[in-house]
Design a protein around this ligand. Structure first.
Ligand SMILES: [Zn+2]
Length: 353
């Protein structure tokens, strides 16, 4: 019986997992927004490898293979089904390479295989559910073959789909993380409550249950409190860094903030015009600190994440990571710094700047 490296580390303290590769790779110009297929592992493997390294430098303990949306159905939609297995294997190999090559000052990393919402799962439809199970099985199989240390199932908005994903993951014997993503109705699409879904996932044997994506700190935190009280296993918290609120609990329907002269051509801020809603780093740091104080040890940021925010998560719970070398130092700012060498005629001009 091999040891559960993920659980061992979570029992001792925090484990950080950077997610949100979809948005960040899109911002860097290597993925079509809306379509969101991670061809980057085949088209520009060096870009993906470097992003993994940047997140690792910022404190991520887990290198999650970027196979989100890299499933058979999505590959059919774009007419590239023949690239399904190469895409998955390439993403997994890149993640493994980075995980085995941690920089000085980092803890050893874990490489995670990844499956997620299929978007063809249909309630009470045996045919669609069988098909989804097949998609999960093939992806999990490739992850095991490429040396995954653990498996992450994420962004499920159907409870039953999350249960099926976990069943497939559990067959491998690897540590499992299963995080769900309730939409604006504040319950799962098949009617189950968020807390009951997490309780069931714990019963089914997940090492970590919790929430990722769709919700910003403000609308994710109340659920996390309830989940932390309801389960005994570890809990995961990976919000999006956007200011969702009670009226708009997820980022899908967030209206623009104020009199935007240039709204997006497709009629909503999601996913290309969310920028004015972006959380600052202190908001994300506060979220991580508060979640950790509740006893939530598995922490990260989902869509919208960048290395700066991952460093903020790490530092807010008292960790020092390689990127801490370059944390903010306003002391030496040319106008707002307190360094003795900052000339008085410049520092006194700060309020007029
Ligand atoms: Zn996300």
């Amino acid at each position: 019986m091999s040891t559960n490296r993920l659980k061992e580390r979570l029992d001792k303290g925090p484990v950080i997992c950077a997610e949100g590769f979809l948005f960040e790779i899109e911002r860097r110009g290597y993925m079509a927004s809306g379509e969101f297929v991670p061809m980057v592992s085949l088209d520009h493997p060096e870009v993906l490898e470097n992003l993994h390294r940047e997140f690792q430098h910022a404190g991520s303990d887990i290198v999650e293979a970027f196979t989100y949306n890299g499933h058979r159905e999505k590959m059919r939609i774009i007419g590239k089904e023949e690239l399904l297995e190469p895409l998955n294997r390439s993403a997994l190999k890149i993640a493994k390479k980075v995980a085995l090559d941690t920089p000085e000052g980092s803890k050893p990393n874990l490489m995670a295989g990844n499956i997620s919402n299929s978007n063809i799962w249909k309630h009470n439809d045996h045919q669609s559910q069988k098909e989804v199970e097949g998609m999960f099985t093939e992806m999990v199989g490739w992850a095991v073959e490429e040396g995954a240390d653990m498996l992450i199932g994420e962004t499920f908005y159907y409870a039953e789909e999350a249960f099926r994903a976990l069943e497939v993951m559990k067959k491998t014997g690897l540590p499992t993380v299963l995080t769900i993503s309730p939409m604006g109705e504040n319950k799962m699409r098949d009617g189950k409550s968020v807390v009951d879904t997490c309780k069931k996932l714990e019963q089914l044997g997940a090492d970590v249950v919790g929430l990722n994506c769709f919700r910003g700190p403000a609308t994710m935190f109340p659920f996390l409190k309830e989940i932390r009280e309801a389960v005994k296993c570890h809990v995961g918290a990976l919000p999006i860094p956007y200011r969702t609120n009670e009226d708009y609990p997820t980022f899908f329907n967030l209206p623009d903030r104020s009199n935007c002269d240039c709204p997006s051509p497709h009629g909503r801020t999601f996913p290309t015009a969310l920028d004015p809603h972006f959380c600052n780093r202190y908001e994300i740091g506060k979220f991580a600190k508060d979640a950790y104080a509740l006893g939530i040890h598995y922490l990260g940021v989902c869509c919208g994440a960048n290395p700066m925010l991952i460093r903020e998560v790490a530092e807010s719970i008292g960790l020092k990571v390689p990127a801490s070398k370059y944390r903010e130092n306003m002391e030496n700012h040319f106008m707002y710094g307190k360094n003795k060498r900052i000339p008085k005629h410049i520092s006194t001009y700060g309020d007029k700047a």
